[in-house]
Design a protein around this ligand. Sequence first.
Ligand SMILES: [Fe+2]
Ligand SMILES: [Fe+2]
Length: 184
Amino acid sequence: MNHIELLKKEHENILRMLDVLHKASLNVLQNYEIDVDDLKKMVAFIRRYADKTHHGKEEKYLFKAMVEDLGGPAQKVIQGGMLIEHDLGRLYVSDLDEALDAYKEHPADEHKLAILVAAGSYEHLLRRHIQKENETVFTFGEKHLSEKSMNWVEEQSQAFEADVENAAEREYQLQVLKELELKY
Ligand SMILES: [Fe+2]
Ligand SMILES: [Fe+2]
């Protein structure tokens, strides 16, 4: 699997977690149930897998190479679009985490609403973000980056994947995803 294929595979796993988050949100509306511990697991997956592992690789390797080597439209779409969306995602996840803490402390409707708003905002943002990367940004990089740059991206990516701590974190989060999928 090359680096772009790996990033697309990770998108599939992130979308699976977005489906879980969506079902958990529906559960709040339909059954008035909030399982704070499960939602905290979703927050941890988003932070460690979607953000640290996946967005981290995009920012440090592929997008870095595209900005430095291609400039122009690639720079515009990455710096003015993709990176801003990564940051916005971090904000929504912090909002979700804070709303969960507030709800645990005091289970009021106000906090329940904040949970739904943050979860829905994150889901909506990430689905569109992933679609843009799959359909245009990655394809553009694959087509226009030089062989030398693409090789550098591959080497960095392989080193990241081979790191024992990164591999353990990835396996752990994917296991949590499977367990949540069975439940939701
Ligand atoms: Fe991204
Ligand atoms: Fe991505």
